[in-house]
Design a protein around this ligand. Sequence first.
Ligand code: ZN
Ligand code: ZN
Ligand code: ZN
Length: 116
Amino acid sequence: MANPRVQNFGDTLTIETRREIALIQHASYCQTLSCTFPNCLKVRKLIRHKEDCMVGFEGGCSECIQVWDLLKLHAKHCKLPDHECQVHCCRALKEVRARETILLRIDEIEKILFRT
Ligand SMILES: [Zn+2]
Ligand SMILES: [Zn+2]
Ligand SMILES: [Zn+2]
């Protein structure tokens, strides 16, 4: 059976993904009290929730998971220098990503070492 694995990176981002990235970026900057941008108020509420939440995404809080997914999505595609991007947690998430890349490299090195 075919594995329906979806890979939507780079230029092949789906409209849905683009919309989500635009939304989290907008919501991170937006200060308008009665903003009409779709889901802006909802996402801003989620960001505020995440700040105060005692459960957290690690504890399985569905609201935190929602906002983390959006933030991770942004960080993955964010091309701005750290000090220029005001998106919530962008910098921290990029650091995590960099660390994961290093880990991956160590893993690859080990693979090469064990092969010889
Ligand atoms: Zn807004
Ligand atoms: Zn939460
Ligand atoms: Zn960013």
